[in-house]
Design a protein around this ligand. Structure first.
Ligand SMILES: NC(=O)c1ccc[n+]([C@@H]2O[C@H](COP(=O)([O-])OP(=O)(O)OC[C@H]3O[C@@H](n4cnc5c(N)ncnc54)[C@H](O)[C@@H]3O)[C@@H](O)[C@H]2O)c1
Length: 344
């Protein structure tokens, strides 16, 4: 079967990862780069594929079967809408939209066109996360009771020179980073039913937040605490321990911990904690490791996208998932503004 011809729209930080990933994934091949900048043209030349400055140029030229959208957050819905209406399956970077309302508009396009869309929460494609989810489904942890999540990173000031990253609606640590933690929490623990939040931009003084904390309630009655900042030093974030990003160093840390009635688990160190007999904190716990064969989740995501575009599978992260993640972010914001607990 011929490779699926995939265009990458937006050749910035993560667009570059997708371009490289296409070269390492089976059943797919880069066919074009769309980006208004000369840097985008240079990336296309390096890959020996056509360069277009606008999505309409790509569509007029033809030759693409599907597209990855890796453009700034506020452009996701308009660009994905044009592509879906042209019949091209889309791998859309997170967040699916800047708001739940916009996300629902996109959902309507997905439903009206019947063209598949996958949201780029790549962690779900990590075999470690698949093993964790399978262990939870198999009942190894019993009922999940609590989770504790940190997403701490020190971004250099220059990161915010790119305008959209400090613009309300598009930027801020919640839409850029925390949304990955929310997706992982929902994937492993279940749907979130309530949020109480605090949000601060005091350290950077930008128009967007640099830090947030939240307490979340799950549909099963479990609770989680979540803390994030892009302005504080510390390695306690999934991305700084998982080795998923080729650009980030790896530290021996965990950033997510889950306590169940039978056992506990932490990620991304993949640790599995059990008592020797009936759970009792007087007994020393034993540490095991989740059983999985490591593999690049970006490759897993791209190959899943290929299968999705061919109609062989359903999206592992759907538009509805992306909207549900954004609903939690909005609930945390609303709670921070009102001081009230927000029901989802
Ligand atoms: N999955 C992840 O782990 C991950 C990591 C980083 C970023 N992201 C997401 O990916 C997206 C891009 O983030 P980034 O940090 O790579 O941004 P970036 O600013 O580095 O790159 C965005 C690129 O899109 C181009 N662009 C802007 N408007 C365009 C348009 N209309 N058509 C075509 N190209 C256009 C820009 O020229 C730029 O090259 C964001 O939505 C971000 O949230 C996801």
């Amino acid at each position: 079967m011929a490779d699926l011809r995939v265009a990458v729209i937006g050749a910035g930080i993560i667009g570059g990862t997708h371009i490289a990933t296409l070269g390492r994934s089976r059943g797919v091949a880069l066919c074009a780069v769309v980006d208004p900048t000369d840097a985008g043209a240079a990336q296309a030349a390096e890959q020996d594929v056509p360069h277009y400055r606008d999505v309409s140029d790509l569509l007029n030229a033809g030759g693409a079967d599907a597209a990855v959208v890796a453009t700034p957050n506020h452009t996701h819905v308009p660009i994905a809408t044009v592509l879906l209406r042209a019949g091209l399956p889309v791998l859309l970077e997170k967040p699916v939209a800047n708001s739940v309302a916009e996300g629902l508009e996109l959902q309507a396009v997905v439903e009206a066109t019947g063209v598949p869309l996958l949201v780029g929460h790549h962690r779900r494609h990590n075999p470690m996360v698949k093993a964790a989810r399978a262990a939870i489904a198999d009942g190894l942890f019993g009922t999940l009771v609590t989770a504790n999540v940190q997403a701490v990173m020190a971004k250099p000031a220059a990161y915010f020179d790119v305008k959209w990253r400090s613009q309300p609606g598009a930027g801020g640590v919640m839409a850029i980073n925390l949304i990955h933690e929310i997706d992982l929490l929902r994937h492993l623990f279940g749907e979130i039913s309530e949020a109480q939040g605090l949000v601060s931009g005091a350290v950077r003084g930008l128009e967007v937040e640099d830090s947030a904390a939240a307490i979340l309630t799950f549909a099963n009655g479990g609770i989680a605490s979540v803390v994030t900042t892009d302005a504080g030093c510390g390695p306690w974030t999934y991305d700084l321990g998982s080795g998923e990003s080729p650009r980030l160093p790896v530290h021996d840390i965990y950033a997510h911990s889950y306590a169940g009635t039978k056992a506990g688990m932490s990620l991304p160190d993949a640790a599995f904690w059990t008592h020797p007999g009936t759970p009792d904190w007087f007994d020393r716990m034993e540490r095991g490791t989740l059983d999985f064969a490591p593999a690049d989740p970006f490759v897993g995501q791209m190959e899943h996208f290929g299968a999705l575009a061919r109609g062989d599978t359903a999206p592992l992260v759907s538009c509805a998932d992306g909207i549900a993640n954004m609903a939690v972010i909005e609930a945390i914001r609303r709670s921070a503004e009102t001081g009230e607990r927000v029901r989802l």
